[in-house]
Design a binder for this molecule. Structure first.
Ligand code: LMR
Ligand code: MN
Length: 377
């Protein structure tokens, strides 16, 4: 009763300190689990887990799951959820052990198959095995693992293996199921009604003024981008197949990084004048430098809520960018605009380090309320 009272008060007052007390009281109660009926243990255990997850303390869920697994050893659900909590807590090592245990006993458990596929792909780069597991998990496009992210990772693993035709088939399936906007537009954080097109003409957007200002100042922007070269950070998402690719963020998720903007005052003062750029919480503003010989493999961005502008700054000869089916080239001092939720790929077959300024802007179809309220990415 004490736990429930604290829980109710925490909810009513939206009070995290009370919620912490409520969770502690539930955990006390669960210590006496041998005196609780199956039904009570389930109820109290699940409420405790819900509250622990709400607080974002994923490792805190571990003892509760262990209790439930002990009492209900024949239900793979609790083991699966424990492994998901481990993944949320960035403990793929622990998740992997639990998933392997589940599959020893329930070799066809689709949830475990899909999550182990995810762990093998992202933690060990064991792509063939990951593909096999995903394929089993998604066979017939039915079952509890039928989720956008697993189609995304299966397709991505196939792309990484160079199995392009199979990847395409998976993307077609994913799009048919409504997991992707289309086979080539595979972002997972979308607003449905936005105009979808890979390449955009600036004239069809409200961003011509921003683009012209960037183009008019491209030489100064180039100077600022070059002067800050020591601060660039290597791209770490594993998108480049070979070569060198580094970036310097100036704005991230709609927030300026003031120490960086001090180094690039002209660049930042221009983008600050366009709220849809400086305030784009689903994008970034950054310099991007790519060494000759680099190939960025086919990939998609996370959301269809932004469009991406590139101001080309230097060494753009023999560099290419494909977005969906169309390959284009940068032209020094000019802005290109595309939707990076479509599959895209970059080649630097020229010489010298290619530099561009990337400016993400809100998709023009988003309402002011959406721009304020969409969670940032
Ligand atoms: C990308 O957005 O993936 C690339 O176009 C970035 C770049 O520097 O070309
Ligand atoms: Mn990209």
């Amino acid at each position: 009763m004490r736990a429930r009272a604290l829980d109710a008060a925490a909810e009513e007052r939206r009070d995290n300190a009370l919620l912490t007390k409520a969770i502690a009281a539930y955990l006390e109660l669960l210590k006496m689990n041998d005196r609780l009926s199956d039904q009570r243990l389930k109820e109290i255990g699940e409420r405790t887990l819900d509250r622990i997850r709400f607080r974002g303390n994923y490792m805190g869920a571990e003892p509760v799951y262990k209790l439930l697994i002990n009492r209900f050893p024949d239900d793979p659900g609790y083991r699966n959820n424990l492994s998901i909590s481990y993944l949320m807590a960035n403990r793929a090592d622990l998740a992997e052990d639990v998933l392997k245990e589940i599959l020893q006993r329930w070799p066809k458990d689709r949830v475990a198959l899909a999550h182990l596929g995810f762990v093998l792909k992202t933690r060990h780069n064991r792509l063939e095995e990951a593909v096999d597991l995903f394929q089993k998990a998604l066979e017939g496009d039915i079952g509890p693992a039928n989720e956008p992210r697993f189609y995304y990772h299966l397709g991505d693993a196939l792309l990484l293996l160079g199995r392009y035709e199979e990847a395409h088939q998976v993307h077609v399936r994913g799009a048919k199921l409504g997991h992707f906007l289309s086979p080539s537009q595979r972002s997972l954080y979308n607003v449905e009604r936005l105009k979808s097109r890979p390449w955009w003409n600036l004239d069809e957007t409200p961003y011509t003024k921003l683009a012209r200002s960037l183009e008019n100042s491209w030489r100064e922007i180039l100077k600022e981008g070059n002067a800050a070269r020591a601060m660039y950070e290597e791209e770490k998402e594993g998108l480049k197949e070979r070569g060198e690719w580094s970036q310097l963020d100036l704005f991230v998720r709609g927030q300026e990084i003031p120490e960086r903007c001090k180094r690039a005052p002209v660049t930042c003062s221009i983008v600050r004048r366009e709220a849809a750029a400086a305030g784009c919480r689903r994008g970034q503003i950054k310099f991007s430098v790519m060494e000759a010989g680099t190939h960025v493999r086919p990939h998609v961005g996370p959301t269809n809520c932004r469009l991406r502008m590139h101001l080309a700054l230097t060494n753009t000869k023999n560099t290419f960018i494909r977005v969906d089916k169309e390959i284009r080239q940068w032209e020094t001092g000019k802005v290109l605009m595309f939707d990076d939720s479509f599959e895209h790929e970059v080649w630097h077959n020229g010489t010298g380090a290619r530099l561009v300024l990337i400016v993400d802007v809100w998709h023009p179809d988003l309402t002011p309320a959406e721009r304020r309220q969409l969670p940032s990415i």
